[in-house]
Design a binder for this molecule. Structure first.
Ligand SMILES: [Zn+2]
Length: 347
């Protein structure tokens, strides 16, 4: 089928902008999108709207009379979008398109440069359209969770919000409809589940019993101050900490109440003090966590500790060893200092 003649239904703004809408304009944009019924048009017409600065969302507003554009008032999402504007990890559109293609086997249907894109710092959007719209926002969010696992540095945090406003562009020439694109069907979702499994079933046990031979136990409180890091073997100690400290225990220690949802836990993010009870996710299969609300932290227990306790990598390892009274192999102990410590203890 000819992609440009494909019909889509989407909620968008009736008014176009020649600049990125400012915060006062955004509330009017939101109101217009929320209160007007979704529009049905061809993908080619949709490109025309983007080129003339019309803001849109990736799905449809369910009830224009409801006084909200919250996620639960949206459905039938027709694309997923990647918003690439990471300063630290700059990529060109073609590099990004190739990276996604390599991981997921798909190409974007539409791409365009944003209002604020410059030659020095390229900012652009890639939109991947589905064969059939994703019906509910929970499924849509789950898909984004998987995409974030695959492209952690490249997906702007707000992208995954079902009610996220997608600003268009004033760079009409940059709007491209990709003739090679195929719409995303079942095979895309199968591949996504394969490369970024979200439901992995059990396997992970909360570990509290430590078994590490030939180690100093935590009977000397201060011993952890004398943990030295061996150049070639620091990663071993780090792995040992990750293996043996339950990330759940640490998140609970930070004040969270975990909800067990089978292959993962959720809670409100205790690290930035969020209140969205599904905003923080701990993946059982990888023993890692992610703050979806504010992107305030991500990764293994050492990464969380670094953020929560404002420590560098080594001090975070020391802190976790100490907090959870893990044994430390003698190799890692600064023996001079330890000896002094033991002598002190003996006095
Ligand atoms: Zn957070």
């Amino acid at each position: 089928m000819n992609l440009s003649q494909l019909f889509i239904t989407i909620s968008c703004d009736n008014e176009g902008f020649k600049h990125k809408p400012n915060k006062y304009e955004v509330s009017d944009v939101t109101k217009r999108i929320r209160t007007s019924p979704p529009k049905t048009m061809t993908v080619s017409d949709f490109c025309g709207l983007i080129a003339t600065g019309h803001t849109f969302i990736s799905g449809c507003v369910i009830d224009p009379a409801a006084n909200t554009l919250k996620a639960d008032n949206t459905h039938n999402f027709c694309f997923f979008g990647l918003d690439i504007d990471n300063k630290e990890y700059q990529v060109t559109p073609s590099e990004m398109i190739e990276e996604v293609k390599a991981k997921l086997g798909v190409e974007p249907t539409i791409f365009y440069d944003t209002f604020s894109s410059t030659n020095e710092h390229r900012k652009f959007r890639l939109l991947y359209f589905f064969e059939k719209p994703i019906k509910d926002y929970q499924t849509f969010k789950k898909m984004y969770c998987q995409l974030k696992l695959l492209f952690p540095n490249l997906i702007d945090n707000s992208t995954s919000n079902p009610n996220r406003l997608w600003f268009a562009t004033n760079k009409a020439n940059s709007v491209r409809l990709n003739p090679n694109a195929k719409l995303l069907g079942n095979d895309f979702f199968e591949r996504l589940n394969e490369v970024a499994p979200f439901d992995c079933g059990g396997g992970y046990k909360r570990k509290k019993d430590i078994n590490y031979s030939e180690c100093m136990a935590g009977e000397y409180e201060d011993i952890y101050q004398h943990v030295s890091f061996l150049k070639e073997k620091t990663h071993e100690l780090a792995e040992y900490v990750i293996e043996n400290v339950s990330i759940c225990d640490y998140v609970e220690l930070a004040g969270a109440e975990l909800k067990d949802l089978g292959s993962y836990y959720t809670c409100a993010c205790p690290f930035h003090g969020g209140d969205n009870e599904s905003g923080f996710v701990i993946y059982k299969h990888s023993n890692s966590a992610f703050c979806f609300t504010k992107n305030c932290c991500a990764g293994d227990v050492i990464s969380l500790c670094k953020i929560y306790e404002n420590k560098n990598y080594f001090d975070a390892i020391r802190s976790l060893l100490s907090r959870f009274k893990l044994g430390v192999p003698m190799d890692y102990i600064d023996k001079q200092k330890l000896l002094a410590l033991l002598q002190q203890g003996g006095n």
